[in-house]
Design a protein around this ligand. Structure first.
Ligand SMILES: C[S@@+](CC[C@H](N)C(=O)[O-])C[C@H]1O[C@@H](n2cnc3c(N)ncnc32)[C@H](O)[C@@H]1O
Length: 297
């Protein structure tokens, strides 16, 4: 049987999420922004091993039920194992969201780094909307890659030498037009929410700014450094021909692809655990309320 890509990415998911949010910020969102102060039922689309559940359940009132759905068998087995030892009411479903029919019964439908991987994200967003009760909430934590790239500073080198924002901006735009998957969907979601009729729409940005400080002990920095590396930051671009060909296949010109290779090669040669790096993921967190209205009659 063919291996499912995300089932082999559990370690990646574990090692990268810490770079996005401080726990106090998530607490602020839950308690002060969304005011989730009654037990609720939540569904997490593309839950992976349950990252969001692990973060949010300790902040939510006792009696809250968390359901996670994901296509990955191994991810769901891992989620069941992780939550099996915790005092929360949970249910995990293996399923493909594009095919699954979910009952309209949840108070909150949420997702983390999920819509960005969908070829038809608006269709999936509609499913999320259909799965919550009237006055239920949709909350999407999604990426905005170009913003993350702009929010990265490596000491000792001009940013334009290691991050060519123009080339990347066009690459991401072309990718989204070609296959629907949009690494910048985070910044577009407030508008999509409005188009789907959601009300009280708000959008926040993730708070965490990571600082890899050359003046602190290496062991303290190892976790953060690993997290950057797992996300591909400073990775060696490998064989030039293969790298360039892949970018051309994604719509880039030969000249830009060569330049991008040189840029990534330089970054790989400069970035290591001794670097001074400041970087923020700037995930966009969009939320809105489903208002079905009363049928007139
Ligand atoms: C980037 S991962 C995010 C996982 C988790 N939300 C997190 O942030 O740790 C994307 C997840 O979406 C899931 N996924 C992708 N396409 C799916 C589909 N059609 N149906 C269900 N899950 C899907 C993958 O299996 C993967 O776990």
């Amino acid at each position: 049987m063919e291996e499912y890509y995300w089932d082999n990415k559990i370690e990646y998911l574990r090692k990268t999420r810490d770079a996005y949010y401080n726990d106090d910020y998530l607490e602020f969102l839950v308690k002060s922004v969304w005011r989730l102060n009654q037990p609720i039922s939540i569904i997490d689309y593309g839950c992976g091993y349950g990252y969001l559940g692990l973060k949010l359940l300790p902040l939510l009132p006792k009696g809250t039920k968390y359901t996670g759905i994901d296509k990955g068998n191994q991810l769901i087995s891992e989620a069941r194992a992780v939550f099996g030892t915790l005092p929360y009411e949970t249910e995990f479903i293996v399923g493909d969201i594009t095919e699954a029919e979910l009952e309209c019964k949840y108070d909150v439908a949420l997702c983390h780094a999920f819509l960005m991987h969908m070829t038809d994200p608006i269709l999936v967003l509609k499913k999320m909307v259909d799965s919550v009760v009237d006055q239920g909430r949709i909350i999407c934590f999604e990426a905005n890659w170009i913003s993350a790239m702009a929010n990265t500073y490596l000491a000792g080198v001009d940013q334009s030498k290691i991050t060519d924002l123009g080339i990347l901006q066009k690459l991401y735009e072309d990718d989204a037009k070609r296959n629907g998957k949009d690494g910048n969907i985070g910044i577009k979601l407030p508008r999509y929410f409005s188009q789907l009729g959601l009300k009280d729409i708000g959008c926040r940005v993730s708070d965490k700014v990571n600082f890899l400080d050359s003046n602190v002990d290496q062991s303290l920095k190892q976790k953060m450094c690993t997290s950057f590396c797992e996300d591909g930051f400073g990775a060696d671009p490998g064989e030039q021909d293969i790298f360039v060909r892949r970018l051309i296949d994604r719509g880039m010109s030969f000249e830009d692809a060569q330049r991008q290779y040189q840029t990534e090669k330089l970054l790989a040669s400069l970035f290591n655990i001794q670097s001074d790096l400041v970087s923020a993921a700037t995930m966009k967190i969009t939320f809105g309320t489903v208002c079905r209205g009363q049928a007139k009659g």
